[in-house]
Design a protein. Sequence first.
Length: 362
Amino acid sequence: MPKSRIFEKLIFFAIVLLKRLVGEVFLFRIVDRIGIVFNSRIQGRSYFTHHERPRLAGDVFYDEVLAIKDIGIVIQGPIDGIQEMVLETVAIYRKSVPGCKIVLSTWRNEVGKFRINFENLNVHILENDKPSISGGNNINFQIVSTINGLRKLGELGVKYAFKTRTDQRFYAPNTVPYFMILLKRYPLLKPGLQKERIIELSLNVLRYRPYSMCDMFQFGLLADLILFWNQDLDSRSFSAAQYSKEPYTLRKISEDDIAEIYIHRKFLRGIGVSSEVDYESYYTALKEHFIIVDKEMVDLVWLKYSSQEYRIAYNPIFDKDRKYARFSQKDWEILQEYGISIFQMKDEWLNIREHSNDILVI
């Protein structure tokens, strides 16, 4: 067993023991005190902060929530081992997006005994067959479960939709009316195959890795989301770990169409828009075809890989070599007002090297 797994198990048993001895509330106080001591006395290179969110829908409370018709949510991905979390996520969406249609698009034999629980929450369940070829970084799994879920929403009469993942959850109320305001405020300048902009989170939108954007969470006109996800499957088959065995540059990972880059470039090419691996094409696509919103606006939590509040894309003022500098909502609004020329677009930055030890490629 790898040392990291042994260490993880030791931490698990220690936390379980502490929780039994002192209770969950006091355990979080211990975590908070550790942070206070670290920040005030250890004098390290960073400050430590933490953030807590309710696990259960019964502990989430809202004031007025506007109900808007013809809204749907696709929750796509595996649920084996996280069925109870996904059930609570659905219960939260029943409060925060009242009246919406919800489709759980997962894999065969994963729903199991929880089927009746999902059906009691009026969830439409799709149990898909897994694709025979995974695609680069398993992108084909996401394509299959997403497009099937979106098509199901179409059958249910939905007009606007969220695309979300089973291992993510957004808490913020009135997200739909806020997003509808943004779509009205920023209409697509030249509608064609795409009719309206697609909203994505800045969660993993990188400034200097072209087309590394947020395919994990989207909102838009259902027809546009179907257009986005109705792509040929990736004929390749390799995992993130396999791709990352050798160092690669920002240019190479973009040109290789890895994961979210694959689906974004395919979409742009399909609507006749440049997807060249250069900053002018990338920023133009961001400016004219998408809306970027910070994850704080929807209060998104993501439980995969790490418990860090921010990962993959970081605050650019904390990123000396710029590899993982985030493109934020503020950047996107500045882009609308002042154009792409306000941003530094140094072609040599595309030759910055990345490695799997630095970041997980998803």
